[in-house]
Design a protein around this ligand. Structure first.
Ligand code: ADP
Ligand code: ZN
Ligand code: ZN
Length: 752
């Protein structure tokens, strides 16, 4: 309902070329239907073709002569209107991270058109538990793994209805298997309409634990704040198994009792069957999940369920943050340190900051709860300055002792003649596990660290004298810094120890798999990396096969270290712990610490004690030493001192201006112009670095380079960004810059 005459409208958000609002007149008949966020149809361009647009603003001020302003045609029926909050959030993201309004809107608005009503299917047992148990043993005997899996699940909680999709996706049971069990009368498949009237919510329906004192303290503090109208950001630092998820569940209970809704962000990779079932068991069908393998229609459907009040809780990766609940009361971000919370496309937003902003925009505000075993430097720093409220959970509640960790010094192995990719200690422990029939995970972290060089005899790493990040090897035998462009000639002889073992660690997952098969021909090996998980569902398939003990050894990249519970894994080998230390960006040590801590945490989750072997060329590096001790605080102190010394985030802020160009020279020249342009703004204390070729200097024949700016004041960086944006826009309007693209990344998490 409006009395305003005009509406400023962003046209058809799929077209970035028209990225500014256009003004239209509101016909009398539409005045009681239009609001900010309405999706409308408008005549556009010379031909007056009908396009869709979103109302950004209502006003009485005409931008043009009144009779030149066209009328809105009507309200668009097939697309849902955006809420005002979404528009405000999009505008904030555009400003804060640098992007077009269209790209920001596309990020916060559900993409698909309305779907027809859908049904929701559930699976449950159709026969008495005793018969089902017999059936289960029959499957075990016949090695019918999929049937065994589902029966076990249903027998664990015979009263439960389990969502059909959860079984087909996360338990990796095919529809055909389900159908045959159904046809034999063993299971029941029931259907329920979406969009039913919600039943009154029964709290603590199932399986809630009596909280420990530490857990209860967290819940009480947050509840008290909430009821007193205080909306804060809380960080729960607690090792895996210390009961964070249980705390989330209790917090959500509280919020729902107050008539609000909850958003739970979990990295996609950690959305496991076990975790999801805990939420389903407790909240029943008031909870729903989104994930990236859903079709836009399916996702949209979940958004509709949220909007209409059919569910109270959504669980999902980054994009779940934009769930249009009527009244979100809490936003939980589990594993808050994960780099996937930062978007890699425009707008390059961070879910944590965006969640905090969203919480502020909501009419009643919302509490933001972050949880991690290895908090990001950002969050821990903010907790230490009092900006966030810090809680610690120090005990593992499930028993299971912390694994014992060995560090294997690969320099020494080399000195003593062992050139295999396995240290003697790891080999010995693998012999032992294979003979006992216990499982081993072998982990290598390779992604994105191409081109690093180090000395295999002494562990020396070639670093930039100005930026203290690793140099990478480039064409023509140069070592290059990706921040400032510093170069030195590559050498074959180590400047530290004079040895000739200067190279990278070249082994990949495939080689490790081959090596295991060579040394232990009888071992059953599974491999999980980008190659073996390309097909849809293959990821869950490999994990469930390993959980079913269909293999003795799982070899993989970082994919295998996140979130999964394999009680029979009693040995974890980290083959080249240093790999991630060579990443040529300021977060290399942080990422290494996180990966090592998580990988080590995979061993000994069950009753049997576990071992971890960390193989490294730099056994004295603080990331390695503190991860082996699982000592987050010691790591934090070292790392924050380094960030402070070099003014890296979170101590300061950093913006990277990323330039992509078909022509290398032209791109560099342009980058230099941008640097000069920014320098002319005379922002006090801004430090400019580069331009330099990016870590991945060329993709698909497009050259990539970046300029970095460090500055304590985030707003100063925004000013510089705005200046560059304006300059680029002007050039584009004049028809220049066809072959150059400019993007921004604030406080970058992923190297460019
Ligand atoms: P995290 O999320 O920190 O990894 P979880 O919440 O998953 O920890 O808890 C780890 C295990 O301990 C789970 O099996 C959970 O059911 C159990 N648990 C959590 N809190 C309690 C409690 N207060 N009493 C008993 N068991 C608990
Ligand atoms: Zn050396
Ligand atoms: Zn440098």
């Amino acid at each position: 309902m409006t009395t305003c005459e005009y509406a400023n409208i962003i046209i058809d958000i799929s077209h970035e070329k028209v990225d500014r609002p256009f003004q239209y007149r509101i016909p009398e008949a539409l005045k009681d239907k239009i609001h900010v966020g309405s999706c409308v149809e408008i005549p556009f361009g010379k031909g007056n073709t009908l396009r869709k647009g979103y109302v950004m603003e209502l006003t009485d001020e005409a931008q043009w002569e009144v009779d030149k302003i066209k009328f809105i045609n009507g309200i668009s029926e097939e697309t849902v209107s955006a809420r005002e909050i979404s528009l405000e959030l999009a505008a904030w993201m555009k400003d804060h991270y640098g992007s077009t309004m269209s790209a920001a809107l596309k990020t916060v608005l559900p993409a698909a058109k309305k779907q027809k009503q859908q049904v929701h299917k559930f699976v449950s047992l159709n026969i008495p538990v005793r018969e089902a148990t017999e059936e289960y043993y029959e499957c075990v005997r016949k090695k019918q793994k999929a049937r065994e899996r589902i029966l076990k699940e249903l027998l664990d909680n015979p009263e439960d209805k389990v969502p059909y999709e959860l079984i087909t996706s996360k338990l990796n049971v095919t529809a055909a298997t389900l159908k045959s069990l159904h046809d034999k009368g063993i299971i029941k498949i029931t259907q329920e309409e979406y969009y039913r009237k919600p039943e009154a919510f029964e709290s603590s329906r199932y399986g809630a634990k009596v909280l420990s004192e530490e857990q209860q303290n967290i819940v009480d503090t947050i509840r008290k704040d909430y009821d007193e109208g205080i909306r804060d950001t809380y960080l729960i630092h607690g090792i895996t198994g210390s009961g964070k998820t249980e705390v989330y569940i209790a917090l959500i209970d509280d919020v729902i009792k107050r008539g609000k809704q909850a958003i739970v962000l979990i990295p996609e990779i950690a959305l496991t069957y076990q975790t999801l079932m805990r939420f389903y068991r407790h909240f029943g069908d008031r909870v729903s999940v989104v994930n990236s393998s859903m079709s836009p229609g399916e996702k949209f459907d979940q958004m509709e369920r949220a909007r209409t009040g059919d569910i109270d809780i959504i669980i999902g990766p980054r994009s779940a943050l934009f769930t249009p609940f009527p009244n979100t009361g809490i936003i939980i971000i589990d594993e808050e340190h994960e780099s996937t919370y930062k978007s890699e496309t425009m707008p390059k937003y961070h879910s944590r900051e965006t969640a905090i902003e969203l919480a502020k925009l909501l009419p009643d505000g919302a509490a933001v709860v972050l949880g991690s075993a290895t908090p990001s430097l950002e969050s821990y720093y903010r907790a230490s300055t009092g900006e966030y409220h810090l809680f610690e959970l120090n005990r593992r509640l499930t028993g299971g002792t912390l694994p014992s960790v060995d560090i294997a010094d690969l320099r020494q192995e080399l000195r003593e003649g062992n050139r295999s990719i396995f240290s003697r200690r790891l080999k010995e422990l693998m012999d032992d596990r294979l003979s006992k029939g216990e499982q081993t995970m072998l982990f290598i972290n390779r992604r994105g660290y191409a081109g690093f060089v180090s000395c295999r005899a002494c562990g020396h790493v070639f670093k930039c004298p100005h930026c203290d990040v690793s140099l990478s090897e480039h064409r023509g035998g140069r070592l290059v810094c990706h921040y400032c462009g510093y170069e030195e000639p590559a050498t074959k002889i180590c400047p530290e120890c004079g040895s000739k073992y200067v190279s990278g660690f070249r082994a990949g997952t495939q080689q490790i798999e081959d090596e295991v098969k060579k040394i232990w021909p009888a071992a059953r090996v599974l491999r999980m990396d980008a190659d073996t998980t390309r097909a849809k569902g293959s990821y869950d398939k490999i994990l469930s096969a390993f959980a079913n003990k269909e293999a003795d050894v799982l070899v993989g990249t970082q994919m295998i270290v996140k979130g999964h519970d394999f009680p029979d894994v009693t040995l974890v080998g980290i083959l080249a712990a240093d790999m991630s230390l060579y990443a040529s960006d300021y977060r290399a040590s942080e990422r290494t610490f996180q990966l090592l801590t998580q990988a080590a945490g995979r061993a000994g989750r069950g009753e049997k004690p576990g071992n971890v072997v960390i193989q490294t060329y730099q056994p004295e590096h603080y990331s390695v030493v503190t991860a082996a001790r699982q000592d987050f605080k010691a790591f934090y102190e070292e790392e924050i001192a380094y960030r402070d010394l070099l003014r890296y985030p979170p101590i300061s802020h950093m913006m990277s201006v990323q330039i992509a160009s078909r022509d290398e020279e032209e791109g560099m020249a342009f980058a230099n112009r941008l640097r000069a342009l920014m320098e002319r703004c005379r922002i006090p204390n801004a430090v400019f670095i580069g331009p330099a070729l990016a870590a991945i200097g060329k993709i698909n024949d497009v050259y990539r380079m970046a300029i970095y700016v460090k500055l304590d004041d985030y707003n100063g960086l925004i000013q510089l960004k705005n200046q560059v944006e304006r300059y680029v826009k002007d050039l584009e309007a004049q028809g220049h810059l066809r072959t150059i693209n400019v993007q921004f990344d604030f406080d970058p998490v992923n190297g460019y």
